[in-house]
Design a protein around this ligand. Sequence first.
Ligand code: FPP
Length: 240
Amino acid sequence: MLPADLDPDRIPGHIACVMDGNGRWARERGLPRTEGHEAGEEALFDVVEGAIEAGLEWFTVYAFSTENWRRPPEEVRFLLDFNEQIILKRRDQLHERNVRIRFIGRRDGRVPRRVIRRMEEAEVLTRANTGLTFTVAFNYGGRAELVDAVQRIVDSGLRRVSERTVARHLYDPDMPDPDLVIRTSGEHRVSNFLLWELAYSELIFSDTLWPDFRREDLFTAIKEYQDRERRYGSLAGGGR
Ligand code: FPP
């Protein structure tokens, strides 16, 4: 059930999320960091259900950044396997919920072939679905995305470039810019996430560590977004 104070007609079309704080959540409990990531999976799929309930059209999460390769090799290995297992475990459930799964990021030689295969399978399985589009940013960096876009523009031989040209060469040209970006765990940074796309997004920073984040927290963020929109949209409201 959506909270009564949410306006169902003004649900943002696209919310993107930096799921931060898994490591700290685990440390606070004396657990290995990997258990923080596992708890983060529960949080993520509760929030995806919330996104479906709220009628969101696009929901994007930052699962693995181009900077995450700098983590200790055991954690990198864990995260690669973990992501592969999540795709395998959740794809049918998401398919039944009419969710279209997409991945953005570099599918380069550092990502094991088997992980790329899982991504492609999930995309193909769910490509005709018409509900939520759930985009997973994997081996993703905003600067890398812009570099890749520029490279493809150069390769195509285009000589005149506009904002539309750049937007058309991003990883997913169909993806609308996010209306709202949420980052958890009290960090107030963008961290190379969707640099081009978030030019006009509302940003909401939550102190909650990602493994504790639930659909109710998503609804609270949507409420804050709606309140901001109401304030900024009304000249009379501010009295000025
Ligand atoms: C940040 O916490 C979180 C991550 C690096 C990984 C989050 C990934 C998932 C929950 C899985 C998503 C996968 C799919 C396929 C949808 P952190 O380790 O940076 O935490 P810290 O800042 O407290 O150290």
